[in-house]
Design a protein around this ligand. Structure first.
Ligand code: ADP
Ligand code: MG
Length: 354
């Protein structure tokens, strides 16, 4: 993701203001850890904290609108996930509403294996780029007659073109070599057919980058069997959701990978698999890595790469040198052990730079 510091509206006197949406589950705990680490590292970021969670849903949509207005003002947000009930068809996912209203068209995850973190494969290093607003997430469903439901998957050339250019530009900027378009055009001939055709057309404008395609079922199998073959995977919305989660699972699960939702104007940073981790609240066992990495990604985007690298190194050394591992990755350490170690490394680095 290219630093967008130049067009950041929420920036005064060298400091940045970003929207903080802690969300549900372990989100609030994780946000506190980020705030503590930013303070220790003298990160010039101020958080505008807003409540967007499932407990204040009865107050209507105001909190969602406030969150959106805040992000429109600041340009950037760090976000925990908001719980979505799926027994009530009238209840729309507010995570999805936020992404749609801010037009955050791309979801980008970087799934790579971390040395010392147990995983079935080594050498995975894949960028997952997912269309984030349309397709199966168009939200157009209705019962035609009892027992018959229409659930529409709407795709547009405009958004496929946008995400294709985004992916190829990303490849160029980050030194990636190959893009694999994932689809099911053999069955969804029009919908996925359009996706495949547009990706192929756009690829001709980027002769430096190899482009191939794979049917989503085969891609799933290939991913778990030989993940090293993938460089960038470019996917429509629902396949992207599922395939990204498989990739996160391959490199250590929900506690490790961060993700960003990004459009032409705004960027919202969150954990890669968008979980709430509600069963982990208050237990001091959640892996804070994914949330911390989301905050690091945000700093890079803001152009604060020195702070980002310092925090990122501290996380990496905590996982690899000290092997501070929470239970989700097979360890016995607490969240607080990991945070303490990250802070130690940071302090060490800060002292060296004095
Ligand atoms: P959802 O948000 O889809 O309901 P959950 O919040 O239940 O999903 O998370 C899915 C699984 O991932 C759960 O087993 C949860 O404990 C685990 N999980 C989520 N986040 C973390 C984390 N940060 N560290 C460790 N485990 C996590
Ligand atoms: Mg949950």
């Amino acid at each position: 993701i290219t630093p967008a510091a130049q067009k950041m509206p929420g920036r005064y006197g060298g400091r940045h203001t970003v929207t903080a949406l802690a969300g549900d589950g372990i989100g609030p705990e994780m946000m506190e850890h980020v705030k503590g680490i930013f303070a220790l590292a003298h990160v010039p970021v101020d958080f505008e904290e807003l409540n967007l969670n499932s407990s204040n849903i009865k107050q209507g949509e105001n909190d969602l609108q406030e969150a959106i207005t805040s992000i429109q003002r600041n340009g950037v947000a760090l976000k925990g996930n908001v719980e979505t009930k799926f027994d009530d068809p009238a209840f729309k996912s507010r995570n999805m509403e936020l992404r749609k209203q801010l037009d955050l068209r791309a979801n980008v995850l970087h799934c790579s294996t971390v040395p010392t973190v147990p995983s079935r494969h080594t050498g995975i290093n894949i960028i997952m780029i997912r269309e984030n607003t349309e397709g199966e997430y168009s939200g157009q469903e209705h019962t035609c007659v009892p027992g018959v439901v229409e659930s529409l998957k709407i795709v547009t050339r405009e958004r496929i073109e946008w995400i294709s250019h985004f992916a190829f530009d990303y490849a160029l900027r980050h030194g990636r070599k190959k893009i694999t378009a994932v689809h099911k055009a053999n069955i969804q001939k029009l919908g996925d057919g359009l996706f495949l055709k547009v990706v192929n057309d756009v690829s001709k404008l980027y002769p430096q980058i190899k482009c191939d395609s794979m049917i989503v079922d085969n891609a799933s199998m290939q991913l778990v069997a030989k993940p090293q073959q993938f460089d960038i995977m470019l996917m429509p919305n629902l396949y992207g959701n599922i395939i990204s989660n498989i990739a996160c699972g391959l490199v250590g699960g929900p506690g490790l990978v961060s993700g960003v939702n990004i459009g032409n104007d705004y960027a919202v940073f969150e954990t890669g698999t968008r979980n709430t981790g509600s069963s982990l609240i208050g237990k001091d066992i959640a892996n804070p890595t994914s949330f911390l990495r989301a905050s690091v990604d945000m700093l890079k985007y803001l152009g604060l790469s020195e702070h980002a690298d310092m925090i990122s190194d501290a996380i990496f050394r905590t996982l690899t040198e000290r092997m501070v591992h929470t239970p989700d990755i097979g360890g016995k350490h607490k969240t607080s052990d990991m945070i303490r170690s990250v802070r130690d490394y940071l302090q060490e680095e800060m002292d060296l730079r004095k």
